[in-house]
Ligand binder design. Structure first.
Ligand SMILES: [Zn+2]
Length: 330
């Protein structure tokens, strides 16, 4: 299962952690910073395994390794929360009140706090007390999308490791390793993921993603001929996909980038949606370079609007009408 040797990417962070273990310089507190799905939890688990393995080599078959793989090692605590905020009670109950209890079976007691940037200020202050004077055996790992939300007093006491996107080839390696060679979804997963393994996995495995993608492609095939009534009807159905709207927008972008590639090179093997060749080929004839460029910019604009909390229906309506216009006039 997960150990440092079979993680793809994040080489520098892994090297740092391995060195800390080898030199006996493991810190009491870490911040793993990077976007959701990038691999922070995978590295955190591998770190726990490396720290706790009875053979000291993440063997994978000692009791400790087996317990970590099945997520029930008594000395690895996953701090959970129910609401969109990690409250002071979450930190007190799950960290501060348990940390004084010595590890059951190992040298270390490891706390992994996922989405730690959701701690409110009171929760952070409660955690700070523990981080300031941790027991010798404690290792606290904060996983965060955005470390800027931490108090400076927390940040300054943690070793901070940043998790950036993987190279496209690394994502492809991962897909081939886990889903086999020549998987028909590989191109989309690699393009859509932008170096994020979590996103690649979504493309490979999520049925909902697949349905949303098909609906999106159906719209892209017909938007030019649709009248206002049909667009409004489509948008009504899109309400079910509200929480997937950014995925929807990314698919639109990939599709139009494909058209651009076809227009420039004429080569379908360079595109992501190879199975939509005839559709894209048609559109690449009547869409101008400027028209494609405008559509891609409109998609970016829609993302900005959504991030600024502009109404979902209004944003998508504006986008679809702009796409229709670009498809007919230019
Ligand atoms: Zn082991």
């Amino acid at each position: 299962m997960c150990n440092f040797q079979n993680i793809i990417g994040h080489e520098q962070n892994i090297e740092h952690l391995e060195k800390a273990i080898a030199e006996g310089m493991v810190s009491h507190a870490y911040i793993f910073n990077g976007e959701e799905g990038i691999g922070k939890m995978t590295v955190a688990k591998a770190f726990a395994k490396a720290l706790l393995c009875e053979q000291k080599n993440s063997c994978g078959h000692c009791q400790s390794c087996i317990q970590i793989d099945s997520m029930n090692h008594p000395d690895v605590i996953y701090v959970t929360h129910e609401k969109s905020v990690i409250t002071v009670d979450d930190i007190r109950d799950q960290v501060n009140h348990t940390i004084a209890v010595k590890p059951y079976s190992s040298e270390y007691k490891i706390y992994i706090i996922d989405e730690a940037d959701k701690m409110n200020v009171m929760a952070q202050n409660a955690l700070l007390k523990t981080i300031e004077e941790p027991p010798e055996y404690a290792v606290i790992i904060l996983l965060a999308d955005n470390k800027d939300t931490f108090l400076e007093t927390i940040r300054s006491r943690c070793i901070q490791l940043n998790f950036g996107p993987l190279k496209e080839e690394q994502v492809r390696d991962y897909i081939r390793k886990h889903y086999g060679e020549n998987n028909s979804k590989e191109d989309l997963a690699a393009a859509y993921s932008m170096g994020n393994i979590g996103k690649a996995i979504k493309v490979m495995e999520s049925q909902e993603f697949e349905e949303m993608k098909n609906r999106c492609l159906n719209m892209l095939a017909h938007i030019k001929e649709w009248n206002i009534h049909e667009i409004v009807l489509y948008l009504k159905q899109m309400d079910d996909y509200k929480d997937r709207v950014f995925e929807f927008l990314d698919i639109i972008t990939i599709f139009y980038r494909d058209i651009l590639i076809l227009k420039v090179t004429g080569l379908p093997n360079k595109t992501v949606f190879k199975d939509k060749y005839s559709l894209m080929r048609k559109q690449s004839v009547y869409l101008s370079f400027e028209g494609i460029d405008r559509i891609i910019k409109e998609v970016e604009k829609a993302k900005v609007r959504l991030n600024a909390n502009v109404n979902f229906d209004v944003t998508l309506e504006l986008l679809l009408f702009a796409m229709k216009e670009n498809g007919t006039k230019w």
